[in-house]
Design a protein around this ligand. Structure first.
Ligand code: SF4
Length: 338
């Protein structure tokens, strides 16, 4: 999951190893999972991504703190002029681990899902919530800005106010509310728990209400349909398909832990992948994709856009997930653009 900002982002999932095995994990990570990418491939990909116009690195997982080369990835990104972030469950934040990252990390996102009982149930570990909150002091002590990312389900919006109060008191700058992605383990263990359109509308109102008169920024990863309608260029980027800088029109490029490089979001249909890092460097994959697949992907985006902005479409949408789902189900969307 991305953590901050609107800069074009390279998101890397270097490993699916994790010290937890959460019910909602969209990458199905866990202690028994060994899928890990070599650091050399990722260091080269970061350098190539900077050349393609990406200005932010977001490292996610699995648990990034279990990836030994995390400091090297962040350091390389910094050297390439990128802003650096990573997302963690917080349990492995310590004086020592944070100390290794202090000079190369611009922002850390710590995952907290609702209040203590809900979080521990989702994470499958009693005490996980308290430990993660306790460990935030290491980020404060090191002077690393941090935020909290929380998963919105159909059932936990009533916990958002308490969480906002707590994380603001702890010194977080951002509370990012991310609708549950029904991928990976979440699809198996939490079917139907993703927020429906009504819940997203209510959540948007609640986020606006809670955000008044606070230092803490509260952001919901969802968009009003009217914004989609008013600013199609922000979501399609098709005016720049010919640009040499991929980042001009693909705002997020994702390296999955199997080495697949996909546009926009984790879990995007690999029919639209740039390719696999084991096969070629990112700059070559990007050049091939640009020549062979970019127009096809732009066309799929346009069809999804028409579908998501039709009169009967929900008033609020989580654009990246909806785009990914629409592209996965092409027969459910119109074949021509109005
Ligand atoms: S959600 Fe995060 S902490 Fe939980 S298993 Fe997945 S990667 Fe690990």
């Amino acid at each position: 999951m991305s953590a901050v900002g609107s800069l074009p982002q390279l998101q890397i999932h270097p490993t699916r190893r994790c010290n937890l095995s959460c019910r909602h994990c969209y990458t199905a990570s866990g202690p028994e999972v060994r899928e890990t990418l070599p650091a050399g491939l990722l260091l080269a990909a970061i350098s190539d991504a900077a050349e393609l116009g990406y200005r932010q690195l977001g490292v996610s997982g699995g648990e990034p703190l279990l990836y030994d080369a995390l400091p090297s990835l962040l350091s390389e990104a910094r050297a390439c002029g990128m802003v650096t972030t990573f997302t963690t469950n917080g349990l492995l934040l310590s004086e020592k681990s944070v100390g290794r990252l202090a000079g190369v990390t611009d922002f850390v996102a710590v995952s907290l899902d609702g209040t203590r009982a809900s979080h521990d149930a989702m994470r499958g570990r009693i005490g996980a919530f308290d430990a993660a909150v306790r460990n935030l002091r290491h980020l404060r002590d090191a002077g690393i800005p941090f935020g909290v990312i929380t998963t919105l389900t159909q059932h936990n919006l009533d916990e958002l106010a308490e969480l906002a109060d707590l994380v603001e008191a702890e010194g977080a700058l951002l509370l990012q509310v991310h609708p549950l992605d029904l991928q990976g383990r979440a699809a198996l263990q939490l079917p139907g728990a993703n927020p429906d359109a009504v819940e997203l509308v209510i959540a948007m109102c609640e986020v606006l209400r809670l955000g008044e008169d606070r230092r803490l920024v509260i952001h919901l990863d969802a968009l009003l349909k009217e914004h989609l309608v008013a600013q199609p260029e922000r979501f399609l980027g098709t005016g720049q398909v010919g640009s040499a800088h991929l980042a001009d029109w693909i705002p997020s490029l994702v390296v999955q832990s199997d080495g697949a490089v996909v546009p926009i979001t984790h879990g995007m249909d690999t029919a639209h992948a740039l390719g696999w890092l084991e096969d070629a460097p990112l700059r070559e994959l990007a050049a091939w994709w640009h020549a062979e697949r970019a127009e096809e992907f732009a066309s799929a985006c346009r069809r999804a856009y028409v579908h998501l902005t039709r009169p009967s479409a929900p008033p609020v949408t989580y654009w990246y997930e909806a785009l990914s789902a629409a592209i996965r189900s092409p027969r459910r969307i119109p074949l021509t653009v109005a």
